[in-house]
Design a protein around this ligand. Structure first.
Ligand code: SF4
Length: 187
């Protein structure tokens, strides 16, 4: 192994690369959120039957290393205050109704993000006596974040992708409102 390679593997330098990437990602996300909402972004996390490891990674986003709130992103307790639902785990039959009610209580335009292999496809649980499979078996999913569990950076990257989707949704909705308005005024 050459000297350059050994140098790159110094933990403090890896930390520096990670921090720079995180800052860039967070600032980009923060700009997008400001442009779309003119305020902060609110997320409701829903565990529909995960093993809890995906939750650990989501929780890490609020620790002092990632400190998500400095980018204007907050976790909220009520779906009525949420713009985005982060769903983990395969949809267990026990939590199906709770997930559906949470989705229905979230105001439009809402986004659903499936976090982790189980939420994306049912993962190792798949469809069975206790599980309905991935989240898209019961809800429309806008963004998939794979991984078992995904790292916090991957979740941030997924949020960035979700903001692009949301922008498209809002543009589409505004266009149809405009179109409907046109139709009303036609003789
Ligand atoms: S994706 Fe992996 S970590 Fe996440 S709930 Fe499924 S088994 Fe657990």
């Amino acid at each position: 192994m050459d000297q350059e390679m050994i140098e790159f593997q110094k933990p403090e330098e890896n930390q520096e690369v990670l921090r720079t990437h995180l800052e860039e990602l967070g600032n980009h996300l923060s700009e997008k959120i400001g442009k779309i909402f003119g305020r902060s972004l609110h997320i409701r996390e829903v565990d529909s039957g995960s093993c809890n490891a995906c939750e650990w990674e989501i929780t890490a986003l609020s620790n002092p290393v990632y400190d998500l709130e400095r980018f204007g992103i907050y976790f909220v307790a009520s779906p009525r205050h949420a713009d985005v639902l982060l769903v983990t785990g395969p949809v267990s039959r026990n939590l199906y109704t709770a997930l559906l009610k949470t989705y229905e209580a979230t105001p439009e335009p809402k986004l659903v993000i499936a976090v982790g292999a189980c939420a994306c496809s049912g993962g190792l649980f798949q469809k069975g006596y206790a599980s309905l499979g991935g989240v898209d078996k019961v809800l429309p999913v806008d963004v998939y974040i794979p991984g078992c569990p995904p790292r916090p950076q991957a979740i941030l990257q997924g949020l960035l992708l979700a903001m692009d989707k949301l922008e498209q949704k809002i543009r589409k909705r505004n266009f149809s409102d405009l179109h409907e308005g046109d139709t009303c005024h036609r003789p």
